[in-house]
Design a protein around this ligand. Sequence first.
Ligand code: GLN
Length: 538
Amino acid sequence: MSTTKYIFVTGGVSSSLGKGIIAASLAKLLQARGYRVTIQKLDPYINVDPGTLNPYEHGECYVTEDGAETDLDLGHYERFLNVNTSQANNVTTGRIYQSVIEKERRGEFLGKTVQVVPHITNEIKERVQLLGNTGDYDIVITEIGGTVGDIESLPYIEAVRQMKWEMDDDNALVIHLTLVPFLSAAGELKTKPTQHSVKTLMESGIRADILVCRTEHELSEDLKRKLALFCNVKEEAVIQSIDASTIYDVPNMMLEEGLDTVTLQKLNLQNSKQPDLKQWNKFLERHKNPKAEVRIGLIGKYVELQDSYKSILEAFIHAGAENEVKVKLDFIHSEHINAKTIGNKLSKLDGILVAPGFGERGIDGKVAAVQYARENNLPFLGICLGMQMAVIEFARNVLNLKDANSTEMDPRTANPVINIMEDQKNIVDMGGTMRLGSWKCDLKKDSIAHKVYNSDLIEERHRHRYEFNNNYREQLEAAGLVATGVNPNTGLVEIIEVKDHPWFVGVQYHPEYKSTVANPHPLFVAFVKAVHDHSLTH
Ligand code: GLN
């Protein structure tokens, strides 16, 4: 076995406590001390990946360089660490079972009865060690989705128990994230739910090494002592995680609480160097002290659940800090935009972003928002479906092709300006079959895109099935909608810009997935700057 150290993060009492942020914050601190760290998420649902999940179910589907459709926590990992993740960083129960069943069909189990223990648990262990065995990491942090005690997470917990048993004490540890609720009637913080969830973990044979306690109020020393005693951990291993105003404060809060120090002690790793958080803190400083404020309308149809657009929201935080501007986002439901409401809804905005999406619902509102931005010289960024809507709007209102549409919305339209790709036509499976992951794009000189990226060739991540129809390119370009980014191998249009407009850009790819604290995405940075410039003229 390699010398990689393994940290498992489990959750107790309640879901949504922010295991992903705690894992990412600890990883950040360890990275800032010079360790090579990666984070993995194990999700206990049966979907093979979250690509087939509605955003209302599970928030945004994040996409990695290698085209994996993953849980949105991987976005946090990349934004915090500035290191790419891959398919290996997100594993679901569906994927585990799929792989075990395929092996069974190939006869790889030599006539044995295939069971949860050992076959499913072995597969889980292999997936965890796969990352460690690359030799690329000193520490692998594995976050177990769900809450301890759930039926679904039992095989994962058993796999963790076995790995801990197999390894030396200082090579694997378990951090348990729990909730310490405040009962306002009693005026007290309560430790009992934490005691119970630690006990549940114990019933599965796992002793938590470190407790991270989510709380709305400071935990007193007495309370920490009580938690330590009843939960069988050392006092210095009871870490308070109080509500933060921004997730980007959490690494510093964990540093203050000593989460990294106690982790390194338990892993028997050298702990002398102080973490270097200079760049991180510079970002925080700018994020918290904006010199101006702008309002950008985010036009989408999943706006009730902000997690649906997680990476876009975070990319605006990075780009805002870079510009020293606070970006206030107005979430506007595209179904609520019509001729009557449009002025009211959009007139106070300094810029418009039309969001990615699937299906017909809310499309008219999106087209109307594009038209508003184009005609009122409002800075505009269209992402994926947002770019496709920009092409449709231009074809309808400038080329006068009134029935122009995407074949996703109207398969029989006479003017399919957005069309399904030839190689997508015969695909019947929905999962994992879109154009996914990183693709190259040539940038045209003298375009906004070229100036923004300051490069001739870029690579960006994709997740879509439909494309700009090149049969309409000449007509559109002659009228002022130009393709400024094109895939060098396939000729597929990746970026469009509208001439005679201060800043109108549509991209077929998803720039938001690549924005990190250390590397705010240039397109978001330039868009926010354009929006800010525009706000000064009004
Ligand atoms: N529904 C569109 C397509 O499949 C856009 C997808 C997206 O916005 N991610 O091409």
